[in-house]
Design a protein around this ligand. Structure first.
Ligand code: SF4
Length: 119
């Protein structure tokens, strides 16, 4: 019923199965340790927080945000982690093993978004 209401007012919904594997990297991400996973409800948070690192791209009949530039400097890493935090459905993950970055992510309460543990 909720799906019908959301579709009626123009909000695209995604099947639950599409979000089942939260480590499925969206192919639109540039190579690197930060990535968005497949499945989007167009929350818009990460691209608003980190417009130089994350952007929306066309995806099927909708859109999806992806990493367009991997962070390299501390400030960029901090911005990327803020962007991760802004995703309402935990779309962003970190698959690296830098203990400092894993700690920064964990300190924001997002240890579950680190593929290689919480440091
Ligand atoms: S963070 Fe997730 S739900 Fe939000 S716009 Fe990006 S892909 Fe879509």
């Amino acid at each position: 019923m909720l799906d019908r209401i959301l579709n009626f007012i123009g909000i695209r919904t995604i099947p639950v199965s599409k979000t089942a594997d939260k480590r499925e990297r969206h192919p639109g991400n540039v190579a690197g340790h930060f990535y968005s996973t497949v499945g989007c409800i167009i929350c818009g948070g990460p691209a608003a927080v980190a417009p130089l690192l994350i952007a929306h791209i066309p995806d099927g009949d909708g859109e999806h945000c992806v990493v367009i530039k991997q962070p390299t400097e501390l400030l960029e890493i901090q911005v990327m982690i803020e962007a991760m935090h802004s995703s309402c459905i935990d779309c962003y993950r970190y698959d690296g093993s830098d203990v400092n970055i894993i700690k920064m992510i964990s300190d924001k309460g997002m240890a579950h978004l680190c593929d290689n543990g919480s440091g």
